[in-house]
Design a protein. Structure first.
Length: 201
């Protein structure tokens, strides 16, 4: 497995009602409002659910920590270029994977599924503002955090229950950990099976 060093940055996150009046004609009484069911909350597709479970499994395996801490996570995928570069460099091994190596990943909302309520998400705009210089602004707001965790989009293998994802945690200038991870789904659970490309500072 190779190690590579990168510099991480968060710098570039009527209805109109017309009144009708008629002379000498009595308006019909307004009909009673029709009771309607409240709209159902949006549901996750199977692929979105798999993506959230991949993020959650990777979080548990590599970034959760052994002691209670605040986990601050970038709210949108913002690291997909690194996974795309890896897929391009190893194209013969990944020709049939869902991600097309010749195209950029689209930016997506990051969710870890049911555990979202226990996490803190930070927008790119907040990251640009807080994660500068010595990161004093960030750690003043999140004193019990170890940094900001960012995920790429997930590349799924169409021929097997496998996924590749890039993730890193940045904690200041020259402080970064992560890389590219291979996960497999067995018995309905995603698990990290290999840290295929390591990132270190």
């Amino acid at each position: 497995m190779k190690s590579f060093v990168v510099a991480a940055s968060f710098a570039s996150l009527a209805f109109g009602l017309a009144a009708c009046q008629s002379s000498g004609v009595q308006a019909a009484p307004a009909s009673a409002p029709v009771a309607r069911d409240a709209p159902a909350p949006p549901t996750m597709s199977a692929r979105e659910r798999d993506r959230a479970e991949v993020y959650s499994a990777l979080f548990d395996a590599e970034f959760a920590g052994s002691t209670p801490e605040r986990s601050v996570i970038a709210s949108e995928t913002d690291a997909s270029a690194w996974l795309r570069l890896y897929l391009i460099a190893h194209a013969p091994s990944y020709l049939n994977w869902k991600a097309q190596v010749g195209e950029a990943f689209t930016q997506k909302h990051v969710s870890l599924g049911a555990r979202d309520s226990s996490l803190t998400y930070i927008s790119k705009a907040d990251g640009n503002q807080l994660c500068q210089g010595d990161w004093s602004g960030f750690f003043a707001r999140y004193p019990d955090a170890k940094g900001v965790l960012a995920f790429s989009d997930v590349s799924f293998n169409p021929d097997a229950p496998q996924a590749l994802v890039y993730a890193h945690r940045v904690c200041g200038e020259g402080c970064i950990y992560g890389g590219i991870y291979l996960l497999e789904k067995t018995n309905g659970q995603w698990r990290v099976t290999e840290h295929v490309e390591k990132l270190s500072s």
